[in-house]
Design a protein around this ligand. Structure first.
Ligand SMILES: Nc1ncnc2c1ncn2[C@@H]1O[C@H](COP(=O)(O)OP(=O)(O)O)[C@@H](O)[C@H]1O
Ligand SMILES: Cc1cn([C@H]2C[C@H](O)[C@@H](COP(=O)(O)O)O2)c(=O)[nH]c1=O
Ligand SMILES: [Zn+2]
Length: 202
């Protein structure tokens, strides 16, 4: 029975790496996978639809935006060539409707769907896609990252060019290690209260 999976983590946790490894496992056995990533996240190249891991692994992927009908795209591909697995990176950027589309891919087409993304934004609010994946996914798996203090990093601090915490702004702002730091809740809170985020303890 196909399932909908949500692998969630802070930034820089290995999500894209694990996605690419999972897809490779299917493909090296001759099975066909479909990869999607958010069109807005152009760190690997504007609109190129590339999933890139910080350790250098990359793969072509279809780019989705808020208007993309993921169910329709998978149906069309599945009719042309059997799809054995759908993998979605940057799943936090999915809309509620798109999470339901992915649920249909599982329930009506019998294709497993593996999604990978953040749980919360720089203000500790759930992203829309994350909220509905937490609500609807059959399997929720946390990918663990480590704060500078050694605790599990579950929060994502947005920082400015001087490395200081940014508390206000738009939810969506594309960036990497230059713009975000994954922290434990204690250091996230301390940083927002003005503490300098540095190695070791606050
Ligand atoms: N040279 C390296 N060798 C091994 N692991 C690395 C290297 N550089 C970064 N990493 C690890 O790769 C992970 C980031 O991978 P990535 O898939 O891009 O994360 P995410 O998609 O969650 O942001 C981090 O856990 C980081 O510690
Ligand atoms: C916390 C946070 C992150 N984002 C963006 C920044 C990146 O482009 C992606 C996450 O990338 P990952 O390295 O694959 O985890 O999300 C954002 O727009 N808003 C936020 O609050
Ligand atoms: Zn910490």
């Amino acid at each position: 029975m196909a399932k909908l999976y949500f692998y969630y983590a802070s930034m820089n946790a290995g999500k894209s790496t694990i996605l690419l490894q999972s897809s490779f496992n299917y493909r090296e056995r001759g099975m066909h996978t479909m990869l999607f990533t958010a069109a807005i996240d152009d760190r690997a190249g504007k609109g190129l639809g590339t999933i890139a891991s910080r350790i250098g692994l990359t793969a072509d992927a279809a780019a989705f935006d808020a208007g993309t009908d993921l169910y329709r795209i998978v149906v069309a591909e599945h009719a042309a060539q059997t799809v054995h697995c759908v993998l979605v990176d940057e799943a936090q950027f999915l809309t509620k409707a798109q999470v339901w589309q992915l649920a249909r891919v599982c329930d009506e087409l019998g294709i497993p769907v593996l999604t990978y993304g953040l749980r919360t934004d720089f203000q500790a609010n759930l992203f829309e896609g994350s909220q509905w994946l937490l609500a609807l996914a059959d399997v929720l798996t946390e990918i663990k990252a480590v704060c500078m203090c050694g605790r599990k990093a579950i929060m994502n601090l947005r920082i400015d060019a001087q490395g200081l915490a940014v508390a206000a702004g738009a939810q969506t702002e594309i960036g990497g290690n230059d713009r975000y730091v994954a922290l434990c809740r204690r250091h996230f809170t301390a940083a927002l209260m003005g503490a300098k985020v540095q190695q070791g303890r606050v």
